[in-house]
Structure formats: structure tokens, C-alpha cells
Design a protein around this ligand. Structure first.
Ligand code: ADP
Ligand code: MG
Length: 255
């Protein structure tokens, strides 16, 4: 069965897309068949992986499929990247939240519907938009297994508190069993200042013993890999020590 992993946090700039690229890269590097899915209407994942054209493509595209799941097969929309496959975001997804809510029909279960009986991949890694709206709810309900990227600062702690409350609401309203598989404190620069240290302590107090808390350090080479269109596991990527952490995350989420 295909395992689905959502990478989610409504806060922008906490490394959702960077972590999606590299978690997917690590899983693919182990020989797993991986599909990355871009649920952010801004399409940064799609752009980073080099599929600008797909982002601007007319119908049929991912927005159509989410609008009308029974009329489209997402397998026909998937594009092939060097390391893994991608279901690209489309610019038409900007209007989607309003359309889904307006339709009144399973607005938060469209991604689940779209992925139903799609089992061509071992793992799906789903990137999320920076908001707590219906698109993010679609990711959470389709995946149920989540990795939560955060930064080591107070505003990220507050954002995580809001996210946890939203997950409780979704569990209550949909009978979903949502699992946080781990927290990824991302883009951390050493030496830590007081705020960063107390923030990391806060995440560890809250989660350690229940789920892993990983630290991904800020690394220019990691940023360069993403900029050149792939993960730190790509054939042409420079060696980056953080690849070992991404490999560990992959082992945890898809043993
Ligand atoms: N470990 C890291 N090292 C260096 N730069 C990073 C790292 N993680 C994220 N970044 C940078 O931080 C910015 C925000 O990351 P991004 O993945 O786009 O966040 P999000 O998807 O949550 O908005 C990007 O410019 C990205 O290159
Ligand atoms: Mg992003």
C-alpha cells in the first residue's frame, strides 16, 4: 500500500518545500518509488524541480482533478524528475479554496478522492500551502501521517500550537486518525542564541519520547542543491552532512 506523508505547517518560510524535496530525495535514494505532490498554489516545489510549464498548463491539470476527482486520473498529470515523480501544482489552484467551499461537496476530502486507489508508488510526499485553509486540510486528511517543519523561534512555537488545535478539530469532525511522525526544526544556524535554544528545548519537551525531533542545520550547499533543481541526494549534488538526517527521517517515516 502507498504510504502518504504530508509536510505541513501553515507558517510560511519554515522549510516545508525544502524538506519535501529532500525527504522525497532520501526515500528515492533508497530505491523507493516516490511521488512528490505540490499542494501549494504558489507552486514553489513545482518550480524548484523545473516544471514551470506544467504550472502554467491549461486543462487538464491538478486544479481540474481536485475540482472534479471522478473525472480525472492524476496518473496522467504526473511528470518525471531525475530523482522521483511529481504531481505539479497549477496556477489555477489559486481559486480552488473558494470553489471547493462554494461547491459544498467534500471540500476537504478532494485530495483523498483524487488519490483513492492510486497505488503506483511506494510513498507520496505532499508539500502544503502556507495557510490553515481547506487546501491544507486536504493534505492532512489525505495523508494522516505528518511531518511538521518548524523554525527555532517563538513565532513558530505559536504556529505549531495553532496547527495542533486544527488537527484536533479535523480528527473530531472527520473521525481521522492523524499522526505526527516527527518535528523537523529546520534551517538552524549555530551557535544558537537564547531564543533558538529555548525554542528547541520547548519542541523537545513537548515531543521527545513521543515522536522524534530532528534538527536540520542551515547549509549553503543544501540551498544550492534545491536551487539547482534537486535534493542533496541528486547525482550531481555536493556532499552535505544533513543528507544523513534526511536519510534518518526517511527510515522513520517509511521503514
Ligand atoms: N537547511 C537549510 N539551509 C539553508 N537554507 C534553507 C534551509 N532550509 C530552508 N532554507 C531556505 O529557507 C527559505 C524558506 O524555505 P522553504 O522551503 O521555501 O519554506 P516554506 O516552503 O515553508 O515556505 C528558502 O529560501 C530556503 O532555501
Ligand atoms: Mg513552500
Amino acid at each position: 500500500m502507498t504510504k502518504r506523508i504530508g509536510i505541513t505547517n501553515q507558517k510560511g518560510g519554515v522549510s516545508k518545500t525544502t524538506n519535501t524535496i529532500n525527504v522525497a530525495g532520501g526515500l528515492a535514494d533508497r530505491g523507493l518509488d516516490v511521488l512528490a505532490i505540490d499542494m501549494d498554489p504558489q507552486g514553489y516545489l513545482t518550480h524548484r524541480l523545473g516544471f514551470k510549464e506544467a504550472y502554467k498548463a491549461d486543462s487538464p491539470n491538478f486544479a481540474d482533478a481536485l475540482n472534479s476527482p471522478s473525472d480525472y486520473d492524476i496518473r496522467n498529470l504526473v511528470v518525471t524528475h531525475d530523482e522521483y515523480d511529481l504531481l505539479p501544482a497549477n496556477i489555477d489552484m489559486f481559486h480552488l479554496e473558494q470553489e471547493l467551499i462554494g461547491s459544498g461537496m467534500r471540500p476537504r476530502l478532494r485530495l483523498s478522492d483524487v488519490l483513492e486507489s492510486v497505488d503506483d508508488w511506494d510513498v507520496m510526499v505532499i508539500d502544503s500551502p502556507p495557510s490553515l485553509g481547506p487546501l491544507n486540510d486536504n493534505v492532512v486528511l489525505a495523508a494522516e501521517n505528518l511531518l511538521v517543519p518548524v523554525e527555532a523561534d517563538e513565532s513558530s512555537q505559536l504556529a505549531l500550537t495553532h496547527l495542533l488545535r486544527q488537527l484536533d478539530t479535523l480528527e473530531d469532525n472527520y473521525g481521522a486518525a492523524i499522526d505526527i511522525l516527527g518535528v523537523i526544526v529546520s534551517n538552524v544556524s549555530y551557535p544558537l542564541d537564547n531564543e533558538q535554544q529555548s525554542s528547541i528545548d520547548w519542541y523537545e519537551d513537548r515531543f521527545e519520547g513521543r515522536v522524534p525531533v530532528w534538527i536540520i542545520r542551515s547549509r549553503a550547499a543544501l540551498k544550492r542543491a534545491v536551487k539547482s533543481g534537486g535534493s542533496v541526494f541528486a547525482d550531481d549534488a555536493e556532499d552535505v552532512d544533513m543528507a544523513a538526517v534526511y536519510a534518518e527521517i526517511g527510515e522513520e517515516v517509511a521503514p
